[in-house]
Write a protein that binds this ligand. Sequence first.
Ligand code: C2E
Ligand code: CA
Ligand code: CA
Length: 415
Amino acid sequence: MLIVDDSELQRRFIAEQCRTLGIADIVEAVDGFDAIAQLRSNPRIEAVILDLEMPGMDGVQVLHEMAKLGLAPPVVLATARESELLNVVESMGKTLGLRLLGGLQKPIVQEQLLSCLGRVVATPSGPGPVERGIPELKLTEQDVLRALQEKAFVAHFQPKVRLIDGGLQGVEALVRWQHPEHGVLAPGHFIGFIEASQYISALTLHMLDTSLRHCRRWHAAGLPLGFSLNLSALSLADTRLADAIVDRVRVSGIAPGFVTLEITESALMTDLGITLGTLARLRLKGFGLSIDDYGTGFSCMLQLSRMPCTELKVDRAFVNGASQTRHLRILLESTLDIARKLNLNVVAEGVESLEDWQLLRELGCAEAQGYFVAKPMLGDTLPAWWEANKARLQRLAYGEPPFQEMAAPSDTGAC
Ligand code: C2E
Ligand code: CA
Ligand code: CA
């Protein structure tokens, strides 16, 4: 545990509390610069308690520096200022891809500190495979071509569940690279490189083919699911890609209504004319169109009025923790309100806890996706996952408390 505070008294008090929780290995930093130096040089630091107000580099600057350097330990914030400020900094940290485990109002009350530290203890250390800001690998186009030829890009599928009845609505296809040296890689390590290469459309079509194949199997097994595919900005400017998608779906026998294309708002900023034309054509053919990571992009509300979309995916930055943070809750509520008025389906991403689930259910959100429901999994394991989890999800949807042993997010062993 690294305790960062310019007051020696505060450091001593927090350290004492840590020890009562059984955290024995404690280091201290007297200011922001000291904190960053220690985080860089001491790989054993698993969590940080960070004072926001410090002379020199303050807590906000420390968080920015941590994100820039890819330093991953979870952080508990502490401040004597108003709780709104704490909320804003917490949201900022999450948007930067950091793991924030809550805020402490100074003077620190022992109970509050223990509850935050409990979360630190319960949170696995080290960067997860899907954290934002993970370093990209040094890649060449040859590597990508070889991986495409050797079918090393594998689709994993993450369930989307209806909050109203716990039913399985569909899945999102997420690419993983089965790398010969590095093992299974999450897209954060390579998708940026491929998006900028000539192979992004080939990857999209590979993901489409794999998803269509699994979709046929799920339908045959009595699961009439749809699936969502992530489309990159550059793909949208490629008019041939839309034709290829339409052709492949037609040949597969799966109705286009089962296929939703997820587009990030930043994608809509490039070549707007071509992009909107492509999207309009796909919509006319019956595909679903979803705005991904809603709320994190630029001029998001304006996009809603010009894109022929059918769905909003609210970014996990708004969902995760909205049950504890007033500001996030208000933003989430008004997003759901806009979506309802525009007749759009809403999927909340990053649903990680029972509290997130209950709030979304209360606010009338349609679908939930996140680790609380399930992690992404291989297509073949989806029917068995559903059999094992449908009772849990139905109980949750009807507001009954989940059995203790079934409340944990499913982990199929997949990423
Ligand atoms: P995304 O489209 O926003 O996908 C959701 C990401 O959040 C996934 O990360 C998913 O594993 C992760 N996630 C799901 N539930 C939770 C949760 O409860 N908590 C947290 N913290 N994370 C959760 P993943 O698979 O690493 O994908 C990252 C991004 O890579 C995706 O973000 C998407 O933009 C891009 N991507 C993934 N697959 C493809 C693809 O086939 N083509 C393209 N162009 N982009 C892809
Ligand atoms: Ca997506
Ligand atoms: Ca998203």
